[in-house]
Design a protein around this ligand. Structure first.
Ligand SMILES: Cc1cc2nc3c(=O)[nH]c(=O)nc-3n(C[C@H](O)[C@H](O)[C@H](O)COP(=O)(O)OP(=O)(O)OC[C@H]3O[C@@H](n4cnc5c(N)ncnc54)[C@H](O)[C@@H]3O)c2cc1C
Length: 299
């Protein structure tokens, strides 16, 4: 099923509201780890009744076979909708075409179209000579040559390479004009950033597609500090200070659930179309977060 359609028919009830819940996975590095994902993790994640699962695309396309295979297996083995991410980093146009052809042959219906980060050690993104320079170009290409439902990324605090957040939000609006049917956000921990961005896109740019918050219940201090530094998102001072008080990861993980529960409560009170959980191939935090939010699946 097209994900654009899933956002029109939200099935999960959180705090009395119907929303579309999704989980993001990354492709494990080995076949054994992939089997463990299917045997141990996915049955538990699926039992939380997500509307769809998305599978990331490794920098430079290194995971492309596995990304597509996992997305296809999720549909076949669990009957749950899936979405493959595709990025342009280091990808020629013909490589991207072969990835999209393969996704189509596997029966996938949904693609998250991204530019990708510059390769490690390279300060700027440089497209391949015949590749795509921005996500917008990839979105336009997919929409004019394929029938996938296409989503894209947006950044409540602005993307780190953009001269300012408003310019970046204008580019987010261009992604929608190019054919993105929903946008999923970068992680953030202050609901006001999401609200300001959404208000801007809705009232100043006439964007009316679902603008879905991406939520990361962090697992360790090092991880959340590294992630926020890498993607240029703020880690609010209060959270940063509190992290210093913990001496082991399990307490940090539980604190991550607490922080994200409060964040999601604020977002639900504001009104959101869905929640996209960066679950990092783990179950506990996603389960606890949704339970805290009063998870009920409706038919
Ligand atoms: C939900 C989500 C999922 C992700 N999944 C993956 C993944 O699977 N694999 C991975 O490697 N990375 C992933 N990323 C990270 C993403 O690849 C990086 O954030 C990347 O730096 C930007 O990708 P983008 O698609 O937003 O790029 P773009 O939209 O192209 O934006 C990149 C920069 O260019 C600017 N820009 C955009 N359009 C234009 C234009 N027309 N003209 C001039 N400037 C422009 C933007 O303001 C921004 O600064 C994900 C991010 C999110 C939020």
């Amino acid at each position: 099923m097209r994900i654009a359609e899933l956002y029109r028919q939200p099935k999960t009830i959180l705090r009395g509201q119907r929303v579309t819940v999704s989980f993001e996975l990354f492709p494990p590095k080995t076949d054994e780890a992939e089997e463990a994902l299917f045997r141990e993790i996915l049955p538990q994640l699926v039992s939380l009744r997500p509307a769809f699962l998305s599978v990331t695309y490794g920098a430079g396309g290194g995971t492309r076979e596995r990304t597509l295979r996992i997305a296809a297996r999720i549909r076949q083995q669990f009957g749950v909708e899936s979405m493959a991410h595709v990025t342009c980093t280091g990808q020629t146009r013909s490589t991207i075409i072969s990835v999209l052809d393969q996704a189509q042959a596997l029966g996938l219906e949904n693609i998250l179209a991204l530019r990708g980060d510059p390769p490690r050690g390279q300060p700027e993104f440089v497209p391949q000579p015949d590749g795509f320079a921005h996500a917008t170009d990839l979105i336009r290409f997919i929409r004019s040559h394929y029938s996938f439902s296409v989503g894209a990324a947006f950044y409540p605090e602005g993307h780190q390479e953009a001269p300012n957040k408003f310019r970046d939000w204008d580019y987010a609006a261009e992604k929608v004009a190019a054919g993105a049917e929903f946008l999923i956000s970068q992680l953030f921990y202050d609901a006001r950033d999401y609200v300001e961005c959404v208000e801007y896109l809705r009232s100043k740019r006439g964007v009316h597609v679902p603008l879905v918050p991406g939520i990361l219940p962090f697992l360790s201090k090092e991880q959340i500090r590294r992630f926020t530094t890498l993607c240029g998102a703020k880690l609010p001072d209060a959270i940063n200070r509190r992290l210093d008080e913990f001496s082991e990861d399990e307490s940090v993980r539980r604190y991550g659930v607490e922080v994200c529960t409060r964040l999601c409560e604020e977002l639900l009170a504001y009104g959101i179309p869905g929640l996209h959980l960066y679950c990092l191939n783990r179950v506990e935090s996603a389960r606890e977060l949704l339970t805290n939010l009063g998870l009920k699946a409706s038919s």
